[in-house]
Design a binder for this molecule. Structure first.
Ligand code: TXA
Ligand code: MG
Length: 318
């Protein structure tokens, strides 16, 4: 029997009983548990096979709720919360002691956001605790943007996926930390740098692999299909190299017709980066099912969400 269900009251009952429920958000599906339940939080790490040093994002129902869990809010954090919540920005702030160390991997900061999905907002408003919810995929695998993706991963491990349809944004939230009260981007994501800079001015990015990982979402290989994947500006050259093998293409523009190609997915017909982001992970899930020797991904333009998509594709390669 399917674990996918639209029943919010069932989700509330399970979460209140310290069980896990996969929940829809506008970015990707999350694997949710009560932040105050040691049993639930341990189950999140176990189910995902995620190392305990990698902290979890806390999901809260409103901007106002923030005061309950963080010790202080820099001015620019408040500006960002007011501008983008509910929405795909995660703020890393000094935590209050009420937040268990297990959630934050012993750090004195907590990552927090208000997700923009009507079902999950409804759920959060009815619970008397926030939920921790990392993306609902096993460690190092592709994040889920549809209830079916979660079911495929975890049908034997969790009791329910709350069905909220496909995730509209399709890549994870942008993570912003603070150093001396100044914002710094730790992970590129569904909110573009340009949109963030319009609110707080020029912002530094620290998501390079050379820098010690502030957010393990920066770990070099992450978000990865099982099939070998390459990212390129020069499709023809790479296709030539792999001629004779089973090739799958992930294209930004549909300009390529070549008999050597066994399977291809085009992310957008009219250069719409939002559309490309929303389709990215489903495309990778599909390509990964085709028994290919190689997935060749075309690099996107390096601005707006194109930057975030390129970041994920780079991490999908070896
Ligand atoms: O869009 C999203 O952010 C999704 C949805 C479900 O909300 N969640 C998500 O969670 O992507 P996860 O766990 O897959 O990625 C969260 C990232 C991890 O790389 C983690 O290391 C980082 O956030 N993180 C969590 N707490 C942190 C902290 N206190 N300091 C620095 N990074 C932190
Ligand atoms: Mg993740």
């Amino acid at each position: 029997m399917s674990i996918i269900s639209k029943d919010i009251s069932k989700a509330i009952a399970l979460l209140s009983a310290e069980e896990l429920v996969a929940i829809p958000t506008e970015t990707v599906y999350g694997l949710a548990g009560n932040i105050y339940s040691e049993k639930a939080i341990k189950a999140i790490f176990e189910t995902k096979q995620r190392p305990f040093f990698n902290p979890l994002i806390v999901h809260i129902p409103s901007v106002d709720y923030l005061n309950n869990i963080v010790a202080s809010i820099p001015e620019k954090a408040k500006l960002l919360a007011d501008a983008f919540w509910p929405g795909p920005i995660t703020l890393v702030l000094k935590k209050k002691s009420i937040i268990p160390d297990l959630i934050t991997a012993g750090k004195d900061t907590v990552a927090v956001r208000v997700p923009n999905h009507p079902k999950t907002l409804g759920l959060l408003n009815q619970l008397d605790f926030p939920v921790a919810a990392p993306s609902a995929n096993p460690f190092n695998r592709i994040s889920p943007t549809k209830p079916e993706h979660v079911e495929e991963y975890f049908k034997n491990q969790i009791k329910m996926v709350l069905d909220g349809g496909p995730s509209k944004k399709g890549i994870e939230s942008t993570i912003i930390g603070f150093e001396n009260d100044e914002p710094i981007i730790y992970r590129l994501g569904s909110t573009s740098i340009e949109a963030i800079e319009a609110v707080v001015g020029k912002i530094e990015i620290k998501n390079k692999k050379e820098v010690s990982p502030q957010a393990p979402g920066m770990l070099e290989r992450h978000y990865a299909p099982k099939t070998e994947t390459v990212l390129t500006d020069n499709l023809q050259k790479i296709i030539k190299e792999y001629r004779g093998k089973r090739i799958g293409l992930l294209l930004y523009n549909d300009i390529l017709n070549d008999d050597a190609i066994d399977f291809k997915i085009v992310l957008t017909q009219d250069q719409n980066l939002e559309e490309a982001a929303s389709k990215l992970y489903d495309a990778l899930h599909e390509l990964d099912k085709q028994d290919l020797d190689i997935i060749i991904a075309e690099r996107l333009p390096d601005y707006g969400l194109g930057k975030s998509i390129n970041d994920r594709l780079l991490r999908a390669t070896k």
